[in-house]
Design a protein around this ligand. Structure first.
Ligand SMILES: [Zn+2]
Length: 412
């Protein structure tokens, strides 16, 4: 990718050179403190699932590390953000914008709707306030903005979805009230039910004091960017709301049976979630939704999924495709740069490079994806983010904490 959007700073350009050809050069970062504690003793999936999978998971982690070193990413000494407070701040932990929660009745509603293995995952993860705080303490996460994950909460009935959204948001707010410095809330909406969602937005913001909303990439086939959702975007725009996008199962006939896997047979989160996110983000832009509602702040998960590597294709091919409205290419890149991106998942060693080509480094945020991502994997990512040479020490502090504080200043 040779294109450099305007405004890429020197720090970013240096990073681009560092990973020429996708292979980061080795850089030894001085050790300033102990690396975060990496635990492998606790899983977030139900106990009956976890022990059988733990050894496999740890084997995968080892193999992934070996593969990374095979590409030239040699071990660098960990530079932890854990032990050294940021000047003027009492705390220095991460702020997690991609953190899921599953209150009890939400779990049972998932199972009752046939999603006992949501999106092909091994099971519905366990979650409690206590488990979440214990995990956050182990991994130096000061605060987490809670959200539900795939497959959302609308399982075909508007009234049931409204009720479940209200219950879920009440539970999130309860956690937030009990631990105001530890939890925030992206409220869930009963989309694609528009009236129900507008009522829930009002309640979640005005009564519960939520920090924003979570929306799935599609809601029963209505993808983000669809004009049907405009009343909801209009209201979110009026409130200058933060919108956290989460991928869900693609909407195609073969993916509608909650017990089935997509045609090539792998759980949705591994491959399909990336394309779902990409589809939703490009549709939000190409449909003009983000032009019409410029006040919303959109957070894209998983380092932008495949948006960064496909952006040039969308921009380059669009004139040849006869789109209803020609794409304004500079505006397209500017919009991409205005989005926020979390680093949940597996952004290292390769995904973060293309992300830095399209994103504002001040808009990159930390995300754990716990408990859907088991704690050992979350810990492994945290360790790698603390050590990677692809972020300067200053950028690391921004990404882990300060960028999120600019969005959610109440966690200061
Ligand atoms: Zn997630």
């Amino acid at each position: 990718m040779s294109r450099q959007p305007d405004g890429v700073n020197k720090e970013n350009t240096m990073n681009d050179r560092e990973h020429a050809n996708g292979v980061p050069k080795t850089l030894t970062v001085p050790t300033r403190g102990s690396a975060p504690h990496v635990t492998c003793s606790a899983g977030s999936f139900p106990d009956e699932l976890w022990p059988r999978r733990r050894s496999t998971l740890l084997g995968i982690l080892g193999a992934a590390s070996m593969m990374a070193s095979g590409t030239g990413v040699k071990a660098v000494q960990a530079e932890s953000t854990r032990d050294e407070p940021i000047a003027g701040e009492a705390r220095n932990g991460r702020i997690d914008v991609h953190a899921h929660f599953l209150p009890e009745h939400y779990r049972s509603a998932l199972a009752a709707a046939g999603h006992s293995k949501p999106s092909g995952m091994p099971g519905i993860p366990n979650w409690s306030v206590e488990q979440a705080i214990a995990m956050m303490d182990r991994l130096n996460i000061d605060a987490a903005v809670l959200s539900i994950s795939a497959p959302g909460l609308h399982f075909g009935d508007d009234a049931a979805a409204r009720k479940l959204a209200r219950y879920t948001n009440e539970k999130g707010a309860e956690a937030m009230r009990a631990h105001p410095t530890r939890f925030g809330l992206f409220a869930a909406l009963p989309l694609p039910d528009i009236d129900g969602s507008l009522a829930e937005i009002e309640y979640a913001f005005d009564t519960l004091g939520c920090d924003g909303v979570v929306v799935e990439s599609n809601h029963n086939g209505v993808y983000l960017g669809d004009r049907k959702l405009d009343p909801v975007f209009e209201e979110l725009n009026r409130r200058h709301a933060k919108i956290f996008i989460h991928p869900t199962n693609p909407h195609c006939p073969c993916c509608q049976d909650p017990t089935a896997l997509p045609p090539i047979g792998y759980p949705f989160p591994m491959i399909e979630f990336m394309f779902e996110t990409t589809r939703a983000v490009f549709n939000l832009i190409l449909s003009g939704t983000l032009d019409r509602y410029p006040n919303v702040k959109v957070i894209v998960p998983h380092a932008g999924a495949t948006v960064p590597v496909l952006a040039d294709r969308v921009a380059g091919l669009s004139p040849a495709l006869g789109l209803p409205k020609p794409l304004d290419v500079p505006r397209f890149y500017k919009t991409l740069r205005g989005l926020y991106y979390d680093l949940a998942g597996f952004p290292l060693p390769r995904q973060i490079g293309p992300l830095l080509e399209i994103a504002d480094p001040k808009h990159i945020l930390y995300g754990s994806d716990w408990p859907y991502t088991p704690e050992p994997l979350v810990a492994d990512l945290a360790k790698k983010l603390d050590a990677t040479a692809l972020m300067s020490p200053r950028m690391r502090v921004d990404v882990m904490r300060k960028n999120a504080l600019a969005l959610f200043p109440r966690f200061r």
